[in-house]
Design a protein around this ligand. Structure first.
Ligand code: NIG
Ligand code: FE
Length: 382
C-alpha cells in the first residue's frame, strides 16, 4: 500500500541535502510513503503514481515530533499543588510522593487508560514518537508494572526507579539504591530500553547516580539523566562521562558543564513546560546552541512539574523565552528529539526513513510559534 502526499507548499525534511540548512526545506513538494517508510521525496510536479492520494492543498508539512522525555505512567493529578505554586509556593519535587501513592492505588487498566489518553492527545498535536518513564511506583512490582504497560505503547521505555527515594526507605536511602540496582532493575530491564536517574539535591547524589546508571548499563540499558534542574550539580558532567544519550533539563549550568556538553555527544534536552509550570527561570538555550551543543526540546509531560503534552506549546515558549529561533526550535523538537533517543529512523524525512509526518493548517512551520495556542495540526500520518 503506497500513499502520495502532494501539493505540500513547504516541506520541512531536516535533511540538509535539500537546501543546505538544517531544516532542509523544499517548496511545492510531494512524498510517497509505502508500507510505513518514505519511498520517494521530490517536486510535486514530478511525483510518481501511488495507490492512495492525499492533497495537502498548499499546506506546510513537517516531520512528526519526537517527544524524548515524558512521565506518562501515573495515577491522580496535582492541580491543587499547581494552583498553590501559582499563588507563590515554590516547586520542590516533594509532590512526587503524592503521585506515587495514587499510582500504587491505580489498577493496570487505570494506568493504561491514562497513558493511552495522553499519547492520543500527543498524537493529535503532532507527536509520533514518545519516550515513557516509570518512576511513580518505586517498588519492584510497581516499577515493573509501569514499564510492562508502557511497552505496549512505545519501544522507548525508561526505567526511573531512581526518581526519588521511595517513602518506604526514607531513613535508609542506601538500601533503596541497592534495591534499584538489584531486584528492581532485574524486574524492569526486560521492559526497558533506557535507565534514568534524578540527580539532584533531595533525590540522588553523584555517587548514587553513577552507581545506578552503571548498574543499568551492565544490564544492557542505555543511560540518560535528569540533570541540573533545580540547581547546579554534577548531573550534566556525569551524563557526558558515561556517554549518556541525553542530559535533561540543563537549567542550571556552569561554563564547565556547557564545555562538557559541547565536547561530547550527549544531547541537552530542554523542557520548557517544567519552567513554565513551576514558574522557574528557563534554561539558556542560546548559550548551549552558541557553544555548539545539540539541543532537543521535549514536554516532560507529568502531573507535577509539567502537565502539558504539547510540543507546539514547548516550541512557542522556547522561541519566545529561551531565545531559540523558530528554525532551531522546529529542529530540536523533531531531529533533536530523535538524537536524544539515538534514533536515526525518525525526526527526518528522507527515503528509507519512517513515514511520520504532520500536515499543518498553515503555510509555514513558523506559524507554530507565530500563532501560539492555536491547534494547527491538520493531519498526522504515521
Ligand atoms: O522531570 N524532575 C523530576 N521529575 C519530574 C517531576 C516529577 C513530578 O513533580 O512529579 C520532572 O520535572
Ligand atoms: Fe522529567
Amino acid at each position: 500500500m503506497s500513499t502520495l502526499i502532494t501539493n505540500i507548499g513547504q516541506l520541512v525534511t531536516n535533511d540538509p541535502a535539500y537546501d543546505g540548512t538544517p531544516l532542509g526545506i523544499m517548496n511545492d513538494a510531494a512524498l510517497v510513503v509505502s508500507d510505513g517508510e518514505i519511498e520517494w521525496i521530490g517536486p510535486a510536479a514530478g511525483a510518481p503514481h501511488a495507490d492512495e492520494l492525499i492533497d495537502a492543498e498548499g499546506r506546510a508539512a513537517i516531520p512528526g515530533f519526537v517527544d524524548s522525555h515524558a512521565h506518562l505512567m501515573f495515577g491522580g493529578d496535582r492541580a491543587e499543588e499547581f494552583a498553590a505554586r501559582m499563588s507563590g509556593k515554590p516547586y520542590t519535587a516533594g509532590g512526587i510522593r503524592t503521585t506515587v501513592a495514587a499510582t500504587r492505588e491505580a489498577t493496570d487498566d487505570d494506568l493504561t487508560a491514562r497513558a493511552q489518553a495522553l499519547t492520543d492527545e500527543m498524537r493529535r498535536q503532532g507527536t509520533t514518537t514518545v519516550e515513557i518513564k516509570s518512576g511513580y511506583g518505586l517498588t519492584v512490582d510497581d516499577e515493573a508494572r509501569a514499564l510492562r504497560l508502557a511497552r505496549e505503547l512505545t519501544p522507548e521505555t525508561t526505567y526511573l526507579g531512581a526518581h526519588v527515594v521511595s517513602p518506604d526507605y526514607a531513613d535508609r536511602p542506601e538500601e533503596y539504591v541497592e534495591l534499584v540496582c538489584g531486584a528492581m532493575l532485574a524486574a524492569c530491564a526486560p521492559y526497558s530500553r533506557w535507565v534514568d536517574v534524578f540527580c539532584e539535591d533531595g533525590a540522588f547524589g553523584e555517587d548514587a547516580s553513577r552507581t545506578i546508571l552503571r548498574a543499568g548499563m551492565d544490564a544492557g540499558l542505555l543511560p540518560r539523566i535528569h540533570a541540573n534542574q533545580l540547581g547546579p550539580g554534577p548531573g550534566v558532567q556525569l551524563a557526558v562521562e558515561l556517554g549518556a544519550a541525553s542530559a535533561d533539563h540543563c537549567t542550571h549550568l556552569s561554563d564547565a558543564d556547557v564545555d562538557a556538553l559541547a565536547s561530547g555527544d550527549t544531547v541537552a534536552t530542554l523542557l520548557p513546560g517544567a519552567e513554565f509550570s513551576t514558574r522557574a527561570v528557563y534554561p539558556d538555550a542560546r548559550r548551549l546552541l552558541d557553544a555548539g551543543v545539540t539541543v532537543a526540546l521535549a514536554s516532560d509531560c507529568n502531573p507535577g512539574s509539567s502537565y502539558t503534552s504539547s510540543l507546539p506549546f514547548c516550541i512557542a515558549v522556547a522561541v519566545r523565552d529561551m531565545k531559540m529561533t523558530p528554525a532551531e526550535a522546529m529542529w530540536s523538537a523533531t531531529a533533536g528529539g530523535a538524537q536524544a533517543l539515538r534514533r536515526d529512523d525518525v525526526g527526518v524525512l528522507a527515503p528509507g526513513k519512517a513515514g511520520h509526518l504532520v500536515i499543518l493548517d498553515a503555510p509555514s512551520y513558523i506559524h507554530l510559534v507565530y500563532r501560539p495556542g492555536v491547534p494547527l495540526v491538520h493531519r498526522v500520518i504515521a
